[in-house]
Design a protein around this ligand. Structure first.
Ligand code: URA
Length: 480
């Protein structure tokens, strides 16, 4: 039998494999006639000279298996993948559906292993600031099990597009300089920096990508062998994340169930998911572009306060004054809230104030614009934006002012009389109290005074709860 030798790069040589497949198919060379060999630096003379040939059209699922399969470290990968391609293109187009076929089974398992290796890499690569003159550059050391460096590039570019980063591995390195990607030689652990102040950022990133629905401590240990734990700054977050996982799952399910229905500004909402706003400014630009769900508002009223406030107050929707001035809580209810905050020792300038609904809705009566309560559907519509806002501000304590805020934060409608006091909003410590406008509406002075005292007590408690323990960073709340 006449054998043909094809030599490919000892890594994930997808281009080389594709080229070889085109030629082999054009020459109608069956798998049993091919010997595949690997070389760290193959030359044209290392094997058969592969000539250019027309592309072959593979079903998408097969092409994807090939892309993943070439990353596997199994030295037989190219031979197996070529057998698969050959059979698919020679009458077995639906081969992948036969899960019991030994070849399909093996290639599938390879692809699964590579996918798992990629996910581990996405989760465990830790960039650290490079020293010396390269303070604006970041580098990470990582040891993948398979040849996944190139395949992982789109993920890291997408997540860290604005950073100049390098990933060093024993099988090669890659650098993204904010504009272009380049590949370099293998590296050693000592080539990567050890630790730096960026660790805090990693903790935050890890917490925000943590998927509580998948939490399984035993599996986490299996996925993240102890040897990694020592080097990962965010392992400190893991016990807390596990503790709060079930509540976070509930919130995720609710979020899923209350995803906005397709209606007018749906494009802007979709844009939010597509664009993944990374700052409040980006989020606000999307909200502004969406415009009001119900026509009439002058402008969107965004949240206001420091980007990393300890307390986030969530109201219902802007009122007449807020709509005109473009700022939350500046009308009568806002003035009352200001007074109570002052008396409770909460500095408004240090808190973040926002609303469940970002546009004023009203009924026109003569010259007056009378506040109209938002419907559950409207609250639901604005909810993803509020959730994003929460994620961006990451307050220590979230305060729901009134039932609409509770609905927005939990997805459930609960009377304030039942929910008042400490609460949990997903991963966040929370507190439920009345809306200040409720106090304004009370009929007589005595009831008003009493209700105001109770409100003030809530704010005092909120003030205390939001004070973190300087030693542990934990809220008194979490320790209770
Ligand atoms: N009521 C609210 O809920 N929010 C405001 O901004 C003003 C009044």
């Amino acid at each position: 039998m006449n054998l043909h030798r094809i030599t490919l790069r000892n890594g994930a040589d997808l281009d080389g494999f594709r080229r070889a497949v085109r030629w082999l198919m054009a020459e109608e060379l069956a798998p049993q006639h091919i010997v595949w060999s690997l070389d760290d630096a193959p030359s044209l003379f290392g094997g058969e000279e592969v000539r250019d040939a027309p592309p072959v059209a593979l079903p998408r699922s097969v092409a994807r298996l090939v892309e993943l399969g070439v990353c596997h470290s199994d030295p037989e990968r190219y031979a197996l993948l070529y057998q698969l391609v050959w059979r698919v293109l020679n009458g077995e187009r639906d081969l992948l559906e036969i899960a019991s076929d030994p070849l399909v089974h093996r290639v599938d398992a390879m692809a699964r292993t590579v996918r798992r290796d990629l996910h581990k890499m996405y989760a465990f690569v830790r960039f650290r600031r490079m020293g010396g003159e390269n303070l604006e550059r970041f580098a990470a050391w990582y040891e993948p099990e398979h040849f996944i460096l190139e395949a992982s590039a789109p993920f890291f570019i997408d997540r860290f597009r604005s950073l100049d980063w390098t990933i060093l591995t024993p099988i090669g390195s890659m650098r993204w300089d904010r504009h272009a990607l380049s590949f370099g030689p293998a590296a050693r652990r000592e080539d990567a920096p050890d630790e730096d102040s960026f660790e805090e950022g990693w903790r935050g990133y890890y917490e925000s990508v943590f998927n509580p629905a998948r939490v399984n401590p035993a599996a986490m240990r299996a996925e993240m062998p102890k040897k990694y734990w020592r080097n990962l700054p965010e392992t400190a977050s893991i016990p807390g994340l596990i503790q709060t996982a079930s509540q976070r799952v509930e919130i995720m399910i609710e979020q899923e169930a209350t995803m906005p229905t397709k209606r007018t500004p749906e494009r802007a909402l979709e844009a939010m998911w597509d664009q993944e706003p990374k700052t409040l400014e980006e989020l606000n630009a999307i909200i502004a572009k969406a415009g009001p769900l119900v026509p009439g508002a002058t402008q969107a009223v965004f949240g206001e306060g420091p980007k990393r406030a300890d307390i986030m107050f969530v109201g219902e929707q802007p009122g007449d004054q807020e709509d005109l001035q473009g700022r939350p809580f500046v009308g009568p209810a806002g003035k009352l809230l200001d007074k109570a905050m002052r008396e409770a020792g909460i500095d408004r300038g240090q808190a973040y104030l926002t609303n469940a609904v970002k546009h004023f809705k009203f009924e026109q009566r003569g010259h007056r614009r009378i506040h109209a309560k938002p419907t559950a559907g409207e609250v639901k519509h604005y909810r993803p934006w509020l959730m994003k806002e929460l994620e961006l501000v990451r307050p220590k304590l979230v305060v729901a002012l009134g039932a609409t805020a509770v609905l927005a934060l939990t997805g459930k409608s609960t009377p304030i009389s039942r929910s008042r006091g400490r609460a949990r909003f997903g991963t966040y410590d929370g507190y439920v109290t009345v809306h200040p406008s409720y106090l304004l509406r009370l009929p007589d002075e005595a009831t008003k005074r009493e209700a105001y005292e109770a409100f003030l007590n809530d704010l005092r408690r909120i003030h205390d709860l939001a004070k973190a323990d300087p030693e542990t960073g934990e809220l008194p709340l979490a320790a209770e």
